[in-house]
Design a protein around this ligand. Structure first.
Ligand SMILES: NC(=O)c1ccc[n+]([C@@H]2O[C@H](COP(=O)([O-])OP(=O)(O)OC[C@H]3O[C@@H](n4cnc5c(N)ncnc54)[C@H](O)[C@@H]3O)[C@@H](O)[C@H]2O)c1
Length: 409
């Protein structure tokens, strides 16, 4: 693609806005980066400049390219400067009223622009409808850090025009991103399908079956997940993780599968938010040494013959590593929950099976997409596991959508 003439407008120069601006400039696009005051845009420009300088140091780009990249970003505190943009990406605070007001304001200023929102949890359709330009508002959900993470979830609101979806898809691809298409549903793909990774792990702790470090180790060794659920939530922030769970759970109508964990919420109430506060699921010292911070009384694990057989058959195909009985139980219970959520998502038309798998691999580094993983194991074995697990719970949360309709194709 030749270098385009029109600037991409980016509203909000925080973590995501600055990252999106950097991605666009790196790919050759001129960017107008807007925020509410000069200090914020100056800081963003300075940090982007440093990041380009680091790419030069690492020989990822030449010095000359580094200068061009920086020069492509113009900062502004005047919304009217965005009048000529034909695409504006909003990455401001996650607040419905603030976002809809800003979208309305910028939609008036730039009457022909497509208005993309980077919201993680709000409805794209509702934002479009309240701001008054439903056909122009589209979701463009980048992941943090935006210049590095390859995934963009493109969300089509109820009245979003096809041309808006097409335009942002082509643009993201031209920036080197992989796009998945998602319907306007709570948590989109990644923030929904990943929930059982955390929630089922918390429930295992609540049931007194295993401590956090054993759960983390089991998911890493048997499943080859890069980081265990407790290490990961300590890194993300237990508060952020709980807020996402609450939002997805509420907006989906409180399904038992995604109910928040009381233990995780109490941790947040105590202010133990993870690495940023020095304590969460683990205590973290200055050198990043960690010790489990949640002590539990271990209850004896009782498993029916049916569940034991289902776990054994599931793990034989799902993992290359043997693992102890308790490790296999943890791995099968958590991964089974993820696969079930992915199957519900595909059944409810959130996205295609292929896009769900792509999103989970690129958006959250899963070793395999949950649906292709399920197909490789054998859907009958996954089904048997979910039935056997469901017999052990009182809230029916392992109930699955009808099998036989799911294909990773
Ligand atoms: N941080 C993440 O990991 C992540 C990942 C994906 C999506 N998101 C979404 O991206 C958006 C931004 O998140 P963030 O983490 O970059 O937040 P942030 O707090 O780092 O930045 C938000 C920026 O928006 C600016 N802002 C606030 N009100 C404004 C207004 N009225 N007009 C213009 N600018 C305004 C703030 O000054 C700030 O610079 C949110 O919708 C969030 O849900 C965040």
């Amino acid at each position: 693609m030749s270098t385009p003439q029109k600037s991409i407008g980016v509203i909000g120069a925080g973590t995501m806005g600055a990252g999106i601006a950097q991605s666009a400039a790196h790919a050759g696009w001129p960017v107008l980066l807007y925020d509410i005051n000069q200090m914020l845009v100056d800081q963003a420009k300075e940090s982007i400049t440093k990041r380009f300088a680091r790419l030069v140091e690492k020989s990822r780009i030449t010095e000359e390219e580094g200068i061009y990249c920086q020069e492509r970003i113009t900062i502004t505190t005047c919304l009217n400067d965005l009048a000529n943009c034909d695409l504006i990406i909003e990455a401001i605070v996650e607040d419905f009223d603030v976002k809809s007001k800003v979208l309305k304001g910028v939609g008036d200023v730039a009457p022909n622009a497509i208005l993309a929102t980077n919201t993680s949890s709000l409805s794209v359709s509702e934002l479009g409808s309240v701001c008054g330009f439903p056909e122009r508002v589209v979701g463009m959900h980048f992941f943090n850090p935006a210049p590095i993470m390859p995934l963009v979830e493109v969300i089509c609101g109820k009245e979003t025009s096809e041309s808006a979806v097409q335009r942002v898809t082509l643009l993201a691809e031209a920036w080197g991103k992989t796009v998945v298409h998602v319907s306007d549903t709570p948590g989109f793909i990644v923030n929904r399908v990943a929930r059982p990774y955390y929630l089922e792990s918390w429930r295992i702790v609540e049931d007194g079956i295993a401590p956090v470090d054993l759960i983390d180790n089991s998911m890493q060794s048997l499943g080859e997940f890069r980081m265990g659920p407790f290490m990961l939530t300590d890194l993300i922030g237990q508060d952020i993780n709980v807020a996402t769970t609450r939002s997805v759970w509420d907006r989906l109508g409180n399904p038992s599968r995604l109910a928040p964990s009381a233990k995780q919420e109490s941790l947040v109430q105590l202010g133990n938010l993870g690495r940023k506060t020095g304590s969460g699921a683990y205590t973290h010292d200055d050198r990043d040494n960690i010790i489990p911070a949640i002590l539990i009384e271990i209850a004896e694990l009782e498993v029916s013959d049916r569940l034991a057989k289902a776990i054994e058959e599931f793990c034989l195909e799902a993992s290359c590593t043997g693992g102890s009985m308790i490790e296999q139980y943890i791995f099968a219970r958590v991964l089974g929950g993820i696969m079930n959520e992915a199957m519900w998502a595909v059944t409810e038309g959130v996205a295609s099976a292929k896009d769900i798998d792509t999103a989970m691999k690129l958006g959250t580094n899963y070793p395999q997409g949950p649906l292709e993983w399920a197909e490789n194991i054998g859907l009958d074995k996954v089904h048997n596991l979910l039935i056997a697990l469901n017999e052990t719970v009182s809230d029916d949360r392992f109930a699955s959508p009808p099998f036989g309709t799911i294909s990773a194709g």
